[in-house]
Design a protein around this ligand. Sequence first.
Ligand code: ADP
Ligand code: TRP
Length: 329
Amino acid sequence: MSTWDTLRPVKTSLTGIKPTHLPHLGNYLGAIRPALSLVEEYRTLYFIADYHALTSVRDADDLRGYIRDVAATWLACGLDPERTLLYRQSDVPQVFELTWVLGCLTATGQLERGHAYKDALGRGEAPNAGLFNYPLLMAADILLYDTDVVPVGKDQKQHLELTRDAATRLNHLYGDETLVVPEALISEAPLVPGTDGEKMSKSRGNGIPLFAPPKKLRKVIMSIKTSSETLEEPKRAEGSTVYALYSLVAPEHAPEMKQKLEAGGYGWGHAKEALYEAVEAEIGPKREAYLEIRADEPRLDALLHAGASRAGEIAERTMQRVRAAVGIE
Ligand code: ADP
Ligand code: TRP
């Protein structure tokens, strides 16, 4: 028995991470850092949602790479595999059995109202069935592990509603003890701006890469858009991207930067330099750990498999309950 099995209190928190790109600073400040702090309060499961990524990633080598990039990132940022179950979604095939059962209890109308599916239609695309069924696979991800809370961003709220509906329906039809009905734990983490001041996001190309070499990191930070006052002029800190990022990375020193900007004689170049130093102080040691973990693929894969075999035991117990409840044994 490992530390994880004996953790009390035993409310379970679970979240999935889609391996669709290299993590950026927004992912770290908005998702990774807050999710890791839940370890104190919950029994935690984090998994790499590789089958979800397949709805959009089309290059097999890219996907293989992102899976390991994401796993190594979480480990380097402090995920302790003794205290948290870390695994790959695809290593626990019971998730597809539960997806099917939930699908048989979910009206297509509810999937048709899915934001991601509707947005794709709205853009004139022909969405694949994977995107249509995405919420069912996500519901199975959650329900398979008797999850109590799911820490996610606001954009995932609708998926949690569908998950709760499906679990409630199954319990109503087959018995209240079959599935745990989870709660969403909607993240309060602020939106992290990218180099252009808009929400940092992979698709906008405005990201500050998390583990780029220091030189590259500095270059990206120096490219952040600012207003064009002279060095001497006083500047508004509030509303500026550099200050917003600095407040997130080094909140304890933010008032000092604000005062310097507003006093004048302190340029945006100075502020960016301070931001670079602060990001490097937070990220530098993690980058070293990341490079080491990422380089040892056999060890990383073994760690994910160990997580999956323990996750698989929980999943199988749930599936036995579900199969018995619906009449398939
Ligand atoms: P992207 O938007 O770049 O494609 P993802 O969708 O992969 O990023 O996001 C993974 C996690 O990181 C989600 O929980 C999301 O809420 C969080 N996240 C992404 N971008 C930001 C941001 N700019 N600020 C705060 N959190 C973010
Ligand atoms: N859909 C989530 C996202 O895009 C990823 C995800 C897949 C997930 N399965 C999950 C999150 C289960 C929480 C629980 O970010």
